[in-house]
Design a protein around this ligand. Structure first.
Ligand SMILES: Cc1ncc(COP(=O)(O)O)c(C=O)c1O
Length: 397
């Protein structure tokens, strides 16, 4: 019932059960130790720390590129995907009269960035429907899902913002099919990949029709808190306005020249000022962890825990699963429709469950209805799944 392969790598609080890796995962001990070590090293001489941070940061970005099968010069680092989506949505070129299109299953903060851009620049903001209930999942295929997106495009649509993995129910979009169509129509496709890295085997070499992709490293990748990245297709790199103006906006002689090996895009989008470098530098330990443990082994364990959780939830609660069935459309999240009295508790349900039973789940609003989202990760044990589902089972009756 324990989890011998991964147990020793995590420092867990045994008084609680953590089933919300979709918000942020628990990092392996080596990653935490590395953050602390980088903080300590920096404090020995912050001036030297700052001067030499840029070349170290470039090495991290290069290793991130290898992990994602992306060119490091097409990437930039940020503290979270919200910041990355701001960089894309507020600064990408959009002609007058453009429409920005989002689905009704997007993360609300990101949908709000789209609305803000539209209101700021006198553009149109429109939302279209994607499957979000148990009944709509029946018979859903990659083709029919791609078709739902494509049929929502209009001649005035100039930007589409979609999640790779939907936050409410883990639905995975078939990006290749959608991107072929948006590229052919000259529509900029912006992907919110908050749940992509770690959960899915990402390969940017195969995503060449996507225009912008933002990913979090503090979710399924188990990286340090406050780490994320943006990726921009070379087609748009000269046209994307920088999010922040500073040392590297124009050519300048400074320690920042040690970043990016002269690649102007990488330099222009670097946040070249005093920041906390420790989380980014500690990403190295996270790459090492993935390399040593093996991505396939990690994902196999994730899938096993997910099916165990699904089976136990079926037996003990009988709640209807809103997430897609196993296959290419299923992501790392399991979400359940709730009986009316629990649904009415909304966001507070998550707090009540935690205060009563020390089980951490997520209450998430999906198309106006509250669902309960469960997301185990490799540090979860079968015993924890059994205990947590017992507790949820008692709530159900
Ligand atoms: C789909 C999606 N996008 C964006 C975010 C925001 O992530 P962050 O707070 O790291 O910016 C989340 C967080 O859960 C998410 O699920």
């Amino acid at each position: 019932m324990a989890n011998p392969e991964f147990d020793s790598h995590f420092e867990k609080d045994e008084t609680q059960i953590y089933l919300n890796s979709g918000t942020q995962s628990i990092s392996p001990k080596v990653v935490l130790d590395s953050v602390i070590q980088h903080l300590r090293d920096y404090e020995r001489n912050p001036t030297q720390g700052l001067i030499h941070a840029w070349e170290k940061l470039w090495k991290v970005q290069t290793r991130l590129g290898e992990f994602l099968h992306a060119r490091p010069l097409d990437l930039f680092l940020r503290s979270n995907v919200t910041s990355v989506m701001n960089a894309f949505i507020l600064n990408a070129p959009l002609p007058p009269g453009s429409e920005i299109l989002v689905s009704d299953t997007e993360y609300q903060a990101v949908a709000q960035i789209c609305r803000y851009r539209a209101e700021r620049d006198g553009l149109t903001f429109r939302c279209f429907h994607l499957p979000g209930s148990e009944s709509e999942m029946h018979g859903l295929t990659e083709e029919s899902l791609a078709e739902s997106v494509i049929s929502a495009l209009r001649p005035e649509t100039r930007m589409v913002v979609l999640s790779h993995v939907m936050t409410g129910h883990g639905l995975v979009l078939p990006l290749g099919r959608i991107a072929r169509e948006t590229r052919a129509r000259g529509i900029q496709l912006v992907i919110d990949g908050a749940h992509g890295v770690g959960a899915l085997p990402l390969d940017f070499a195969a995503l060449s029709d996507v225009d912008y992709y933002g990913g979090n490293l503090h979710k399924w990748f188990m990286g340090p808190k406050g780490t994320a990245f943006g990726w921009v297709h070379p087609l748009w790199q000269d046209r994307l306005e920088p999010q922040q103006i500073g040392w590297t906006t124009y050519e300048a002689h400074s320690p920042y020249n040690r970043f990016g090996q002269g690649h102007r895009f990488a330099e222009r989008h670097l946040h070249a000022a005093c920041v906390d470098f420790a989380p980014f530098l500690a990403l190295d330990a996270a790459f090492q962890f993935w390399q040593e443990q093996g991505a396939e082994k990690i994902r196999a364990r994730l899938q096993f825990l997910q099916s165990t959780t699904e089976e136990q939830m079926r037996l003990k609660t009988g709640w209807r699963l809103v997430s897609p069935s196993v296959g290419p459309l299923r992501g790392p999240l399991l979400s359940y429709e709730l009986p009316a009295p629990l649904e009415a508790e909304g966001y507070e349900l998550m707090a009540r469950i935690f205060s009563v039973s020390r089980v951490q789940v997520a209450s998430t609003c999906l198309q106006g209805k509250w669902v309960l989202r469960l997301s185990p990760h490799i540090y979860t044990t079968e015993l924890e799944v059994a205990r947590a589902t017992d507790i949820l089972g008692k709530l159900a009756h």
